[in-house]
Design a protein around this ligand. Sequence first.
Ligand SMILES: [Zn+2]
Length: 495
Amino acid sequence: MKLETNNWETIIGLEVHAQLSTVSKIFCGCATRFGDEPNSNTCPVCLGLPGALPVLNWRAVELGARAALALGLHINERSIFARKNYFYPDLPKGYQISQFDQPFSANGTLEIMTAERDEAGHARDWKPMTVGITRLHLEEDAGKNVHEGMPDVDRFSYVDLNRSGVPLAEIVTEPDFRSSWEAYDYVNHVRRALQWVGASDADMEKGNLRCEANVSVRRKGDPIFGTKVELKNLNSVRFMQKAIEFEVERHIKTLEAGGHLVQETLLWDERLNETRPMRSKEEAHDYRYFPEPDLPPLVVTSEFIDAVRTSMPELPGPRAARFSEQYGLSYADASQLTAERSLADYYEAAVEASGGNARSTANWVRSELLRELENAGLSADKSPVAPAELGALVSMIDEGKISGKQGKDVLVEMFSTGKSAAAVIEERGLVQVSDTGEIDRVIDEVIAGNPNQLEQYRSGKEALFGFFVGQVMKASKGKANPKVVNERLREKLKS
Ligand SMILES: [Zn+2]
């Protein structure tokens, strides 16, 4: 049965939890390092032992401010930490220190770019979209229950409290998204912005960026929201997009068939490509919030906010716009080159080294370099080919020292050996001959050696031009600059 999706509207709201990149936890001095021995980074504060008192790590506030400013959000000069009370084994205190009615930032908007996708998932027609940001607040993370990789896991649950007290920024949107791809583009925007300013590593595989989606559907024109489900444990932006898509289809199918939906929390099963209900934590969400009595109100001055703002790099959106303007790149190219800050820095350094050939450098970075980086699993700042070397290669191609085709092989070798462009070209004896005197000499030889073809050509058989080009290239062992060969040959064959 083909679903009549056109009659339905999808409503999605998102919550992103981003770990702020501090060295120590938000209310104690324990390390935030990922992958350490379970429960090795703990102390009375983050274990919730009686009498232990939290002390705010100011670095978490700075990074929270960077996160807010990177997203264009306003920062409240006064916010309040609050206790969110609930019982769960990964939360030894019985409450999480978070923020409630007076958060760090509230009622913001964020401009993102979003695009519909074709069947293959390729974007078409990027357009701006405004997303309402309900709030951005600071909080501590809980610990982690472990159900795998330990002895007797069928009889025991384990808990690792290394993550307990790690600083998070929680960013909550209004239910403004109307498709899974809008949600996808939003999370990627947030992830890039936070990485860009160094607020968070935002690595979903390490769990330092997590997202949850609230999804519902309603008939078009219906003023009331439908029953919503909450999607959790989404380990990648792509899984989130798939999970939303799966739920939207399930909702529409169920409602079209006259069925009922239940409000529930679901997990995405990436193996089966479907959602499944999560074991319920606790049903009634009454967190009995109250102001945290052990911490004073969080006060930041406008001078502090200004200082953070001035310390920030040029943000990805403005930088992509500048790339378009200054380097004459399309929006798609400019946004690809600003996908990560290290890549944008790389590109600009390479343009300079190329002698200002921005377009050609963009092509080399986007196609050849990115492919090598991707194969090697490296980011641009770890590239074995330094930006100055890529620029040098581009400029040698521009000058006709080697051909573009040779350049591709040279780049691959530079990447695998770390050698300079000049060294690889020298070693391979690739230097292209552009000297007209030398090329003329070869052409004269070729013409003298092929009198029959010359006569045929001059009597009108112009297809033989290609034959002469081939002979000259062969005689020069492929080193003659084809452009110069073409020009000189045309000239010489005339007379
Ligand atoms: Zn601690």
